[in-house]
Design a protein around this ligand. Structure first.
Ligand code: ZN
Length: 280
């Protein structure tokens, strides 16, 4: 291992999306390395800009581990052709995740198809297609990390909104450990009974994402706060996740068009490290 994995950031993962507008793939990898941050979650659009081979080399050279690939899934479009296309895309993305050494692929159900109001049908399609991806995930050695998102983005991003639903789906599908859960504090901090659902999820939790919910949020998707600046008890949620036996890193995932994306990446990473030290 390269020395950059040592130090205060060794148990930390900062998603590429946190440096979305200041860094391309190479710049964000180098920024994390020089700040001793051991892991990143690779953003699919950034991966597609440079290709899997170059991405794997950049990560290896920098000593930065790809914790996961974000995001696959998007499984709700109706029709046989759309189903085939979505499954083919996801199989390619799973192979890409394996090629960069990512243990998981964060998987979103997708939202309600254009013109549709049939939420239950969209959920049913997503669940069935998720089940159909399991053999390929197993073969690729990459776990699908199903991520419920906040109900405000149900329309266009995720037709499941709670950890309870994610647990129910995995029970229904009857999956093995090729299907887990990405728990994002920003998505589920509001959920009644969250502690019980975290305990129920147990070893299913394969990724822990955090950000903060700003009291004056201007955009529920693109105005995430830095942990410590908002309403989420990240420290308490992290403690519950740790109690399940979770051994992965804290992953900081901040979509922030009006603030953090505009700042110098080294400054952002420095502040992330300070804030995570207060959670862990
Ligand atoms: Zn997330």
């Amino acid at each position: 291992m390269v020395g950059s994995a040592a130090g205060a950031g060794a148990g930390l993962c900062i998603h590429q999306v946190t440096l979305m507008e200041s860094c391309d793939f190479r710049q964000s990898t180098e920024c994390l390395a020089r700040n001793n941050v051991a892991g990143t979650a690779v953003w699919r659009a950034k991966l597609e800009e440079i290709g899997v081979g170059q991405a794997a080399r950049l990560l290896a050279d920098a000593g930065v581990r790809a914790v996961s690939l974000c995001a696959g899934g998007l499984l709700t479009e109706p029709g046989a052709a759309a189903s085939r296309a979505a499954l083919d895309d996801n199989r390619r993305w799973l192979d890409a995740a394996a090629a960069i050494g990512a243990a998981t692929m964060v998987t979103l159900t997708g939202g309600l198809p254009n013109g549709s109001r049939d939420l239950e049908a969209a959920r049913q399609r997503a669940k069935e297609r998720l089940a159909q991806l399991l053999p390929h995930a197993r073969a690729a050695g990459v776990r699908l990390a199903l991520e419920p998102l906040h109900p405000m983005v149900c329309g266009y991003r995720s037709v499941i909104s709670s950890l309870r639903e994610a647990n129910d789906w995995i029970d229904d599908i009857g999956a093995g450990d090729e299907l887990g859960i990405a728990l994002d504090s920003y998505a589920v901090w509001w959920e009644a009974g969250l502690a019980a659902e975290i305990a129920r999820a147990g070893a299913r939790i394969v990724n822990f994402h955090c950000a903060d919910w700003l009291a004056d949020t201007a955009d529920v998707r693109l105005d995430r706060g830095m942990p410590g600046d908002g309403l989420i008890d990240n420290r308490g949620i992290w403690r519950m996740v740790k109690e399940t036996g979770f051994a992965g890193p804290i992953e900081v995932e901040i979509f922030s068009a009006r603030n953090w994306w505009k700042r110098d990446p080294d400054e952002v990473v420095g502040i992330v490290k300070e804030r995570v030290a207060e959670i862990a």
